[in-house]
Design a protein around this ligand. Structure first.
Ligand SMILES: [Zn+2]
Ligand SMILES: [Zn+2]
Length: 287
């Protein structure tokens, strides 16, 4: 009995629709799934419906790129209210920065003699949250590179000639945004970011959980983060970080997240909601 709580769709840089993700999850026998597209919650309602149809539990989710003292930290928000006006306004802002970044990367490629047009990338991306994989796919499509890996290695990886630094909000702001939308804030794949030193201060600021299971975590990383989660009393989450075919082969189901972790996450959210509504009632009475 496993869950997969870190999945990307065509609403950001994945290649599957929410329905395709739900269908694949169903075939793998997953008990719960959550979409965590970059800077958007657009796919969440379709995902919830597609999961429900297949008898799978689901949570809304988002992945935000944040930073702390110059170090990249990815923040996941679970059970966020997908209609929260502040969340929607902020994600729109992040999306427009993403679109500007595409123009900048394409301009860099043009300077290198590759006549790619930003419009081609947007057409291929067909979403509001375009990213580097879309530029990479355009390079492959037009025959400038053989594979997506080659596109990243030659042009798009950090410090390669077409790379443009990504805009990041502060880790605290990202957590506040998630909490403001009634979600749980979880640190994504800490094993990939060398960000362990920040865990205590994020916990201090109200971090709810850590993504211990991830397709790129080694068994020793998973063990280490499970230990850290226990030490700080944090929730444990996990997921494959599947992007469909846009980063190699689909990884859905690869992180083997025990279903009990999903149940504890859901319980924690339900308990918080109950507490909040009680507090609001008390507040209402006292006024
Ligand atoms: Zn990430
Ligand atoms: Zn991700």
């Amino acid at each position: 009995m496993f869950a997969d709580l870190h999945l990307h769709t065509c609403f950001s840089d994945g290649t599957f629709t929410p329905e395709e993700v739900a269908e694949r999850g169903s075939r793998l026998g997953l008990v719960a799934m959550a979409l965590t597209d970059h800077d958007t919650v657009e796919g969440c309602e379709r995902m919830a419906a597609a999961c429900k149809e297949r008898g799978i539990e689901s949570a809304s989710g988002i992945e935000l790129t944040a930073e702390r003292e110059g170090c990249e930290v990815h923040l996941l928000g679970y059970f966020v209210d997908v209609r929260c006006p502040k969340l929607l306004a902020e994600t729109r802002r992040f999306q427009s920065v993403r679109q500007s970044r595409i123009f900048e990367m394409v301009a860099n490629l043009n300077r290198l003699g590759i006549p790619l047009r930003a419009e081609q990338v947007f057409e291929l991306a067909n979403c509001r949250s375009p990213g580097r994989p879309h530029v990479g796919r355009a390079l492959v499509q037009d025959g400038y590179c053989e594979t997506l890996d080659e596109a990243f290695d030659r042009f798009l990886k950090k410090h390669r000639p077409a790379w443009v630094p990504k805009f990041k909000i502060s880790a605290f702001d990202a957590m506040d945004l998630v909490h403001n939308a009634d979600g749980l804030a979880v640190m994504a794949h800490p094993g990939l970011n060398r960000s362990d030193d920040f865990i205590p201060m994020l916990v201090e600021h109200g971090l709810d959980g850590i993504e211990c299971y991830h397709s790129k975590h080694t068994p020793s990383m998973t063990a280490r983060y499970l230990q850290i989660a226990a030490q700080y009393g944090l929730l444990v989450t996990g997921g494959s970080d599947c992007h469909g075919f846009s980063k190699g082969k689909p990884l859905i189901g690869a992180a083997k997240v025990p279903a009990v972790r999903w149940r504890k996450l859901k319980e924690a959210w339900e308990n918080r909601r109950k507490k909040q509504s009680t507090a609001q009632t008390v507040d209402g009475v006292s006024r």
